[in-house]
Design a protein around this ligand. Structure first.
Ligand SMILES: Nc1nc2c(ncn2[C@@H]2O[C@H](COP(=O)(O)OP(=O)(O)OP(=O)(O)O)[C@@H](O)[C@H]2O)c(=O)[nH]1
Length: 298
């Protein structure tokens, strides 16, 4: 099975089979015989490309394209129309709706194949760049940019669900003395190990840990009330201590430790993302001033 998926949307089963047989040696074709099924499959499977007929019973290809482009989860999936409607007005409508290309039927199978191949190569590069732009290059966990984006997204999601959103602000203790004692190369290695440890300690798929800046990390915990956030914070403190990274210049412990400020709110009309960050930040400050290697919470 190939990694890249192409969703073929057409009410004519014979068309599916023909296109699938042309492209299956370099991608995995998936079939949808209606616009409604296409919308469901697109948001569930996130295909790399959608090849779509226009004339279909129920939702037509134009309507499906419009819905795909207005949903943040599917707006970036490239769409190519494959249609027997050869008039300029239809082609213009398709392109104006955000389709990447419009191929008229009858098409030459070799040309269709070449176009799909080219689009999949571009999509592969696009996805690699997207991944790189969201990662911190030293620690290989999410970066600040991705954190800001995710926090905004989770704030909205939890507001709609009326669920609590937890946030941990995390800072490595006495890291300046660590660098002074062992040098920056060892400092970088310790940062990487702590980052990986935090990342691996989070068990739920919706949780996210990011490098917030320097030796500071931040952890987004959807569906998490203040007690659960504190509990997760304590687990993270214990996990980092368990790494047993020697720290001869620390006044807190013989090993590298972290301090955490924990907060959880129900996103609503009052309150804001800024306020949530400020709360967790203030508590991190308190954790630093009351001994370090601890979680301070409400
Ligand atoms: N090796 C390395 N050090 C970094 C990196 N980013 C930030 N730092 C260092 O982290 C240290 C942070 O020092 P401070 O903000 O004074 O805090 P601290 O010494 O950890 O003290 P507390 O936070 O109060 O426990 C600075 O010396 C930075 O140079 C990095 O990418 N690599």
């Amino acid at each position: 099975m190939h990694q890249q998926k192409v969703l073929i949307v057409d009410d004519q089963v014979l068309n599916h089979a023909f296109i699938a047989s042309e492209i299956e040696d370099f991608c995995t074709p998936i079939s949808a015989d209606s616009g409604a099924k296409a919308l469901k499959l697109a948001s569930r499977l996130k295909p790399d490309l959608i090849l779509m007929d226009i004339n279909m019973p129920g939702l037509d290809g134009f309507e499906v394209c419009q819905q795909l482009k207005s949903n943040p989860q599917t707006e970036d999936i490239p769409v190519i129309f494959l249609s027997g409607m050869t008039d300029i007005a239809s082609e213009k409508t398709g392109l104006e709706l955000g389709a990447l290309d419009y191929i008229r039927r009858p098409f030459n199978p070799e040309i269709l194949k070449a176009r799909i191949w080219n689009q999949l190569q571009l999509q592969r590069k696009r996805r690699t760049l997207e991944k790189m732009s969201n990662r911190d290059s030293l620690t290989n966990i999410a970066n600040r940019r991705y954190f800001d984006q995710s926090l905004g997204h989770e704030w909205e999601r939890m507001r709609e669900l009326k669920h609590p959103l937890g946030l941990l602000m995390i800072d490595i203790d006495a890291f300046k003395p660590f660098n002074d004692e062992y040098g920056h190369v060892t400092g970088d290695k310790a940062l990487k190990r702590v980052a990986q440890c935090l990342n691996q300690s989070l068990k739920r798929s919706g949780d996210l840990v990011a490098r917030y800046g320097g030796e500071e990390f931040a952890c987004i915990l959807p569906h998490t009330d203040k007690d659960s956030a504190r509990l997760i914070g304590n687990q993270l403190c214990a996990a980092v201590l368990d790494l047993m990274i020697p720290h001869g210049a620390s006044t807190v412990s013989a090993y590298v430790t972290i301090s955490i400020g924990s907060a959880s709110v129900y996103p609503g009309e009052t309150g804001s993302i800024k306020r949530l960050i400020a709360l967790a930040d203030q508590r991190l400050y308190t954790a630093k001033n009351t001994g370090r290697n601890r979680v301070v919470h409400e």
